[in-house]
Design a protein around this ligand. Sequence first.
Ligand code: PBG
Ligand code: ZN
Length: 329
Amino acid sequence: MTTTFHRGRRLRRSPQLRALVRETAPLLTEELIMPYFVVETEDQSFRKEVPSMPGQYQLSLGELEKQVEKAVDTGLNAVLLFGIPAHKDEKACGAYAEDGIVQKAVRLLKRRWPGLVVITDVCLCEYMSHGHCGILTPQGAVLNDATLPLLAQTAVSHARAGADMVAPSDMMDGRVAAIRSALDAAGCEDVPLLSYAVKYASAYYGPFRDAAESAPASGDRKAYQMDAANAREALLEARADLAEGADALIVKPAGPYSDIIRMVRDAVDVPVCAYQVSGEYSMICAAGQNGWIDQKAVMLESLTGLKRAGADMIITYFAEEILRQRLAR
Ligand code: PBG
Ligand code: ZN
């Protein structure tokens, strides 16, 4: 008698068979990017856990060096730096200061580990007294064009400090073009631009804003970040940034937007990076700590999902843990 139904279980009978037919390759050490929060402080032993992000810390330069040392020993290939300045103002002066905290962190890491890929987040919110990503009018609107020169100056200062790649996350229109031409004019034509091209206005950023102390004092970011309901618009943003000179693109958040990762991956020919954001991380940790899920398994499953969706690289707060537990090749 012939079988009339599909026997999908035949190829799932052993770990070896499953490995043989597996579609998505295991995580690779080199494709993981670990974010760090660096604090401008005199106290070189400053190290403070972020309450809403278990296992993630605000770190002084000295503590950053120790933390990265351990991670590099387990194979870490790339980091993404965020700065928390000692002083905030209305012009985000700390963002583009030659001796700003990110600039110092870049110099420190590159001096110690020349091969480590050091990526910097280029934005102004952490450095603004009001917490918005650009210059604010008295009425509370974020000015687009007036913000561009500050972003460009920030990116150039990061590149001059030795950053391997700059990643603008502000969502101002035209910032990729502005940053690219400023980098080129400064003799940094070899520094690639990893654009947060597809960045949604997301409640999943909540824990990050505790970590980076960058929550807007009033209002939200919906007038510059994308509407969560939009998919087609992601391609518009991706193509615009490519036309302006982006070398690679970020989609963010990642898990709830894996349809967007797939769309972008299929539509462009540059590397696509998924950013598994703070809220995604914290939710997995919280459920894990409660014993409601198997944290290690869900961590791996969430990242495999991003690779399956088409991500070439992944920014994740789990990067250190994945390497520590030798869960990547
Ligand atoms: C800065 C920035 C944010 C994130 C990355 N860069 C916060 C925001 O836009 O409010 C979020 C990262 C995360 O949640 O892990 N603009
Ligand atoms: Zn910002």
